[in-house]
Design a protein around this ligand. Structure first.
Ligand code: C2E
Ligand code: MG
Ligand code: MG
Length: 565
């Protein structure tokens, strides 16, 4: 498998070296997406290899050009190249030794920082030097329009002429022009339209991305969304709007619910950097899709037989994500999250199999297996002096068995785990599906001393009603609000309101999806009691969790300590 992109336009002169940067950037973006999409380890490993290989080819080209054209600051360039190569080697070694603990975020931060500084290599003196020596550069790189027989021996991959197509639909000419300028620097094939009619008259089926202004005089953006959905448009859609955030949110919902691929949105006036980031991720995404799977070859869903076999072979494993008291960063518990350890495909996240297990009535067996692993694990941790609570996710069908509370009690008694150490998490839809039975079981679970939590609060249909009916002891602010707290004032207002509501009802409030220090600080100010998120740790296997508890992964967390048993 070669992950090196081939859809970046050929170039000559100084642009040939900038083109190298674009290719490096595209490889890095694929790496970023491969992490986001939990792509297999072998793909990430291949990306490392490509990155190293392509970077060393590029360095050889740059060094050759700069040496032979007597560039004054060459030493600085060579130092930067060495730094990159040695850091990449270090990361690759780490990856080989500890694939499960690999610090992807640190690696990405390094790559992005390095690349930003290198692409700003389009800095005046460097660029000017190359321009002044254009003929020599062409000859050295073998890129002149009348190719000479000379070659450096180190060539970039052969480009093809299929640059991704970006179409921009905005009645403001200046906005279209701005987007066009930024997109051109990324090698996108861009066209702008000021009216939907013109856009439709030149409509092509193979558009990669569409930037769509919601407010246009003739046919507005919402009508275009409807129309694109009817045409079963596969392009990535970016919405832009100058209206308040609620209009944009509703249009986003509309686009997603009609099956369009929403890639992001921008509020006017937007910053060029925001636009650039979105377009870069689009270019990377498209390249990734080409490498991994075309839409026609979409990954098939797992079958009932796959899940049954995995259940029989014990491939579903409990992973643990820490929950910390925000006041003092003490570890108070873990959320138990299921992972499928597939013998060929590696670790598979729940989004790919829980709904299938539910469809074929296999979810009870699966969840029961996870609960048993977790309760057994909690006993072992208690023996080590780690006395924390477990939060477990329960699906609707489990409430069909009215003896669920008795069975859970029996399990915890077997492992000498106090009921108050177990939190049963249910979502609003679970409660809606099984109104009477869920109320019966959850009330009796509370009577037996277990805690009951309402998960993903605010995303269902009747949150308030459920809060009033069911004896919850905890409320979890949904991560979709927490993740956007820094950028979206409405998400922030909702998160604040849920926290206040939780306080008024005397519930423990847990925020999930804390990814940055600013959000953590804000949640602390709001007196949210407990938090969970990638800022602290991702869900981990039992051994990784113990290492996390014992050593340095939490050194970055201010004041981290274990709650004394
Ligand atoms: P959930 O119960 O809402 O779990 C929280 C999800 O948020 C987890 O995804 C977790 O990995 C993710 N998460 C936590 N912190 C962050 C963060 O900072 N950023 C981001 N982007 N995500 C974060 P996961 O593990 O993929 O689980 C997805 C859902 O699958 C769970 O949502 C739960 O509804 C379901 N699930 C997981 N395990 C089980 C199980 O054993 N039984 C049942 N019935 N459902 C399960
Ligand atoms: Mg949950
Ligand atoms: Mg949740």
């Amino acid at each position: 498998m070669n992950t090196t992109p081939s859809n970046i336009e050929p170039a000559n002169g100084p642009d040939a070296l900038d083109r190298d940067h674009k290719i490096l950037l595209a490889i890095i973006k694929r790496y970023q997406l491969s992490i986001a999409n939990n792509t297999t380890h072998s793909f990430a490993a291949q990306l490392f290899e490509d990155l190293r290989e392509y970077a060393s080819q590029h360095f050889a080209r740059v060094e050759k050009v700069l040496t032979q054209t007597d560039y004054p600051d060459i030493a600085q360039h060579i130092d930067a190249h060495h730094l990159f190569s040695s850091e990449l080697n270090r990361f690759q070694q780490l990856y080989t030794d500890l694939p499960g603990l690999f610090p992807h975020k640190a690696m990405l931060a390094f790559l992005n920082k390095w690349l930003t500084s290198r692409t700003s290599i389009a800095n005046q003196s460097y660029r000017q030097h190359l321009e002044e020596h254009r003929d020599q550069v062409d000859a050295l790189l073998g890129t002149s329009s009348t190719p000479s027989e000379e070659s450096s021996g180190v060539q970039p991959p052969t480009p093809s002429n299929c640059a991704p197509k970006l179409r921009v639909l905005d009645d403001e000419h200046s906005i279209g022009q701005l987007i066009c300028n930024v997109a051109n620097t990324l090698g996108l094939d861009t066209k702008t339209y000021q009216s939907a009619k013109d856009f439709y008259s030149g409509y092509e089926d193979d558009i990669s991305a569409i930037i769509l202004d919601l407010h246009m005089p003739d046919i507005d953006g919402v009508e275009v969304i409807r129309d694109l959905a009817q045409r079963q448009c596969q392009a990535q859609i970016i919405l832009i709007s100058g209206f308040d955030g609620t209009v944009l949110h509703s249009a986003e919902e509309l686009a997603v619910s009609q099956g369009l691929n929403l890639a992001g949105s921008l509020t006017k006036p937007f910053r060029i950097i925001e636009l650039h980031e979105l377009l870069v991720s689009l270019a990377g995404k498209r390249a990734l899709e080409e490498t991994i799977a075309t839409p026609a070859q979409k990954k098939p869903e797992f079958t009932r037989e796959d899940i049954e076999k995995a259940l029989l072979e014990g491939q579903f494993k409990a992973y643990y994500q820490p929950q910390l008291a925000l006041r003092d960063q003490a570890l108070v518990g873990v959320e138990v999250l299921c992972r499928w350890q597939h013998p060929e495909l590696g670790i598979i996240p729940p989004s790919e199999f829980i709904h299938i297990a539910e469809r074929y009535d296999l979810i009870d067996t699966l969840t029961w297996g996870i609960l048993t692993q977790a309760v057994t694990q909690a006993r072992e941790w208690q023996n080590l002096g780690l006395d924390i609570q477990l939060s477990i996710n329960i699906s609707a069908s489990m409430f069909n068995h009215l003896d669920l509370p008795e069975k859970i009690l029996q399990l915890t008694q077997q492992h000498q785990l106090q009921p108050q150490k177990l939190v049963i998490e249910v979502t609003e839809s679970v409660v809606m599906d099984q109104q009477v039975k869920a109320l019966d079981s959850l009330t009796r679970l509370r009577l037996k001393g277990f805690q009951v939590s309402i998960d993903d609060f605010g995303t269902g249909y009747s949150s308030m009603l459920q809060l009033h009916r069911i004896p919850f002891s905890e409320i979890k602010v949904d991560q979709s609000f927490v993740l956007k707290m820094q950028t979206d004032p409405e998400a922030q207002a909702i998160a604040e309101t849920v926290i206040m509501l939780g306080h008024k009802l005397g519930l423990t409030v847990v925020a999930e999806g804390i990814e940055d220090a600013a959000t953590l600080a804000q949640l602390k100010l709001l007196n949210c009691q407990v938090g969970q998120g990638f800022l602290f740790a991702k869900p981990m296997s039992p051994s990784d969790f113990i290492s996390w508890v014992q050593q340095d992964s939490k050194d970055n967390l201010p004041d981290f300590h274990l709650l004394s048993a």
